[in-house]
Design a protein around this ligand. Structure first.
Ligand code: SF4
Length: 83
């Protein structure tokens, strides 16, 4: 059991994205590209924490530093069994 519950918060800056597509190649669950110009599209702003390493890797590889990812505490604990 763990009380260290957190969620991911991902954001992208489309104004600096150069459309290299590395984020989509590594983490297609979270990122896509616009058909017209290849600029990044964010599919999930709060992906599952299991994707943290992949999103972090995408952020580090992004040539224009357009991707931000942070862990935020998940204080909204549900009542009862959350299995
Ligand atoms: S890796 Fe960076 S520059 Fe390339 S498409 Fe993704 S956000 Fe844009």
């Amino acid at each position: 059991m763990s009380n260290n519950s957190f969620r991911l918060r991902v954001s992208v800056d489309q104004s600096v994205c150069v459309g290299a597509g590395l984020c989509v190649l590594s983490t297609s669950e979270v990122f896509d590209q616009r058909d017209e110009d290849g600029v990044v599209k964010l599919l999930q702003a709060s992906p599952d924490e299991a994707l943290y390493e992949k999103v972090l890797g995408a952020s580090r590889k992004c040539p224009s530093k357009a991707i931000k990812v942070e862990k935020v505490a998940d204080n909204a604990e549900p009542h009862g069994n959350a299995q």
